[in-house]
Ligand binder design. Structure first.
Ligand code: FAM
Length: 435
């Protein structure tokens, strides 16, 4: 059977031909209108990007190549004896647009194992940072240090032809994904476990090995990592990390530069950093109240206090979603199955009962329901991964799967430099005068 790279090229050539025909016949078709409010308010609802790997529906949540999270949990190959999907399978699906076989998934695991060597200077770059640097800072620096390995940058400098860009981006993307768990685990063990590093286990799958290198041997924790790495991977193209990676790639920056840029966006509290903010907020609430399992009335009062201080309730709301995030529901189901009596997890569920009506009553929040970040920390704490400043790195390792699969598509489809038009308020006022 042809390997992943050849199959990707064949698929992408087919789609590129379709796009050419679509644009030839329908290129001038109008697909929407833009209002002044939209350009001042984060471009919500403006369709301005093509991202092949996943599509977000405001009511249903994310679908990866048409498959919902529960469908993926059913259809994607699992580890031996496991019940959660292997993220290798999701990557195959996002990249090739078709469900993988067990053999496809084993091939990707083996491919990533072969590519996983991290050069010593990357560890030295991490070591050069103070230990108390935020893990996301260390992660981005490590990705930048890895950039010496970029095949795209090397080949471009030697005069690579445009038709070959996709291949160098594919190789860099596969190398990067293969290396990220080692880099992330190194940062974790350096900062929190007295630099007692753990060598990779070549017999494990990508996420299982990541859990092992972090220092967690519990098989249920490995299952959690497989689920976590699958559900955080992609959320269509307009979110900050995906859009940034895509935008930077449009300048023909190599995948290392693109991913580092995307990860800087993920490190913002309104985006990926929300997962650390949620657990911090819950732990502070418990400390302030002096109880392990706050009552509904206590949660209610704490939420109102947070809002009165002009802060957001972390883990709630979304720019596109208008219902409970299915990524939240998948984690809740995992909790019900494996740790229903955990007081922190129960608190997350009690917050889920209490927060939406309060947010709704404010009348301005478009989505009062929980997003992915509202649940993830409580599951991690249960297994002992209590260092919440590290949580966004976990999100980042997973998000690399989606944004890099998309970057392969961007170059294979020959997408050009991205350059939307901006205006000044002076010009807007002139437009309005002319009305
Ligand atoms: N708590 C308090 N106020 C909130 C809120 C929340 N959870 N979510 C939205 N609002 C406010 C928002 O600040 C805005 O207020 P102002 O008009 O006074 O500025 C108003 O409600 C309308 O906002 P919106 O249109 O409903 O949401 P946006 O599309 O502007 O923002 C989020 C979306 C995600 C940035 C916002 O809901 C938020 O800040 N949530 C908390 C942080 C969070 O959980 N982020 C993670 C998102 C996640 F899915 C991810 O990227 N990983």
């Amino acid at each position: 059977m042809a390997n992943t790279k050849e199959r990707f090229k064949e698929k992408a050539d087919g789609v590129a031909a379709e796009i050419k025909d679509i644009l030839k016949e329908h290129g001038s078709k109008k697909i929407g209108e833009v209002t002044l409010s939209q350009i001042y308010q984060g471009m919500r609802g403006i369709t301005g990007l093509v991202t092949e790997t996943s599509l977000l529906d405001a009511q249903e949540g994310i679908r990866f190549r048409g498959f919902s999270i529960p469908e993926l949990q059913q259809k994607l190959p699992k580890a031996n004896g496991g019940t959660e999907p292997l993220p290798e399978g999701l990557f195959h699906l996002m990249l090739l647009g078709e469900l993988p076989t067990e053999e496809d998934v084993h091939d990707i695991t083996a491919n990533w194992q072969r590519r996983s060597h991290v050069p010593n200077h990357v560890f030295a770059a991490i070591e050069a940072l103070p230990k108390d640097s935020h893990p996301m800072t260390q992660f981005v620096i490590a990705i930048m240090a890895l950039q010496t390995e970029s095949k795209f940058a090397d080949r471009y400098a030697k005069g690579m032809a445009k038709k070959d860009y996709w291949e160098a981006v594919f190789d860099d993307s596969m190398d990067l994904i293969a290396r990220l768990p080692r880099v992330a685990a190194y940062i974790y063990r350096r900062k929190y476990k007295d630099e007692d590093h753990i060598h990779p286990d070549g017999l494990l799958d990508w996420a299982g090995n990541f859990a092992h290198m972090l220092g967690y041997e519990d098989e249920t924790f490995r299952e959690l990592m497989r689920l976590y790495m699958t559900i955080h991977a992609d959320h269509e193209g307009g979110n900050v990390s995906a859009h940034t990676t895509h935008l930077v790639g449009s300048a023909l920056s190599d995948p290392y530069l693109c991913l580092a840029a995307g990860m800087n966006g993920l490190a913002g509290p309104l985006h990926g950093l929300a997962n650390q903010e949620v657990i911090k907020w819950i732990l502070e609430m418990r400390e302030e109240l002096g109880v392990e399992l706050p009552s509904s009335a206590q949660i209610d009062a704490y939420v109102r206090k947070t809002l009165s201080e002009g802060r957001v309730v972390p883990g709630y709301g979304h720019a596109v979603l208008r219902k409970t995030d299915p990524r939240f529901s998948a984690q809740m189901a995992f909790g019900k199955r494996h740790l229903p009596d955990d007081p922190l997890v129960q608190t997350v569920w009690n917050i889920y009962e209490t927060v939406p009506p309060i947010l709704q009553s404010l009348g301005k929040i478009k989505n009062p329901w929980p997003n992915v970040d509202a649940h993830s920390g409580a599951l991690l704490v249960h297994y002992g991964l209590v260092e919440y400043e590290f949580y966004t790195v976990l999100f980042g390792v997973s998000r690399a799967l989606g944004v890099l699969a998309s970057l392969c598509w961007d170059r294979a489809l020959g997408f050009p430099l991205e350059r939307p038009k901006s205006v000044t308020t002076e010009l807007v006022k002139d437009w309005l005068k002319g009305e």
